[in-house]
Write a new protein. Structure first.
Length: 327
């Protein structure tokens, strides 16, 4: 009887001991989680560890040149207004160049609106230059015409239906300043070798999914990229006329052509910069059917025009190191 009572109480004591160890483990785990969270939160502020932005060498950007916004638009005045209003608030924008390819010149109310936006620009009182490039004929090659009297080397080429926050633009611009011969932008694409073809010299255009899956790209689309203004002259003067004619006739692939041109000069891949993208327009040509087949045709056509495949694949992606925790 006594032994049994002893047995029971010993087991009960063991159980208490085990649950005490169990709750200790949970508490320890919670404690580690808590400490980790605190470190994570603290580390988001640069003053953690006493490393204040004030102790860093100044990123003096005022003395250097900014960039020119090169925007392609076609009869979407509300999108144009929205874009221009947004980008004039970005700190290093020096000049805006609107590629206009409509039969009618910009209307009086539109000009008035844009001038008002430039005047009411709250940043620094710097003057932003605004120019229209009026074209008689409607051709996609218009967007790469040379800029007359340019005031910056950097060109930020965009479509009117996507918007990037100033922080993303600033970051991509700083990447471009490190590599001014290269295209730097937010929308990567890839050329793939056509596996269904035995002689392996046919290529297939790869959109977002292959890029995402393989982490590899070889083009940066000019609807959102920085490049040196010298490439505008090269596109206009040195690009084979037959290639430009092809772009004009098919109303497509001017961006692939630009990627070929830059890669042919540099022999190097472009740079994909991390950035936020907001689409403000509803449909572009990329959402129409058959788009990918057309783009594949363009690539193969351009390879035969260039006599080789100039595009170089890469896996490099530029990210702002201030926003990354693990490195
Ligand atoms: C490609 O580069 C080569 C060598 O630099 C040059 O001779 C050729 O004209 C370029 N091709 C095009 C289409 O620009």
């Amino acid at each position: 009887m006594v032994a049994r009572i002893n047995g029971v109480s010993r087991r009960a004591a063991q159980r208490t001991a085990i649950s005490a160890v169990g709750s200790l483990k949970i508490k320890l785990l919670l404690f580690i989680c808590f400490i980790f969270t605190v470190i994570l939160l603290l580390s988001r502020t640069p003053s953690f560890f006493g490393w204040d932005q004030r102790n860093l060498p100044p990123l003096d950007r005022t003395s250097r040149k900014g960039y020119t916004l090169l925007i392609n638009t076609w009869k979407r005045y509300d999108l144009l207004k929205q874009s221009i209003s947004h980008y004039t608030s970005c700190p290093r924008l020096d000049s805006i160049h609107i590629v206009w390819s409509e039969p009618n010149p910009p209307s009086e109310p539109l000009l008035k609106f844009l001038n008002h936006v430039l005047k009411s620009n709250p940043k620094s009182g710097r003057k932003i230059e605004l120019k229209f490039d009026i074209n008689e004929e409607d051709s996609l090659n218009n967007r790469f015409k040379e800029i007359k009297n340019p005031i910056t080397d950097a060109v930020f080429s965009i479509d009117d239906d996507i918007i990037f926050p100033c922080s993303s633009v600033e970051f991509a611009f700083s990447v471009w300043e490190s590599a001014p011969d290269t295209m730097v932008g937010f929308v990567p694409r890839i050329h793939l070798i056509d596996q269904s073809n035995e002689n392996k010299d046919r290529y297939v255009y790869g959109g977002w999914w292959p890029v995402w899956w393989t982490g590899t790209y070889s083009m940066i689309l000019s609807k959102a990229s920085f490049f040196h203004r010298k490439y505008l002259r090269l596109y206009t003067d040195e690009m084979p006329a037959s290639l430009k004619e092809y772009v004009k006739r098919n109303r497509n692939c001017e961006d692939i052509a630009m990627s070929f041109l830059v890669a042919n000069v540099t022999g190097a891949p472009p740079i994909w910069a991390k950035g936020k993208i907001y689409e403000i327009g509803s449909t572009g040509i990329s959402s129409l059917g058959g788009h990918s087949n057309k783009r594949t045709e363009c690539i193969n056509r351009f390879v035969s025009e260039f006599g080789r495949m100039p595009l170089v694949p890469t896996n490099v992606k530029a990210v702002d190191s201030r926003g990354t925790w693990f490195w």
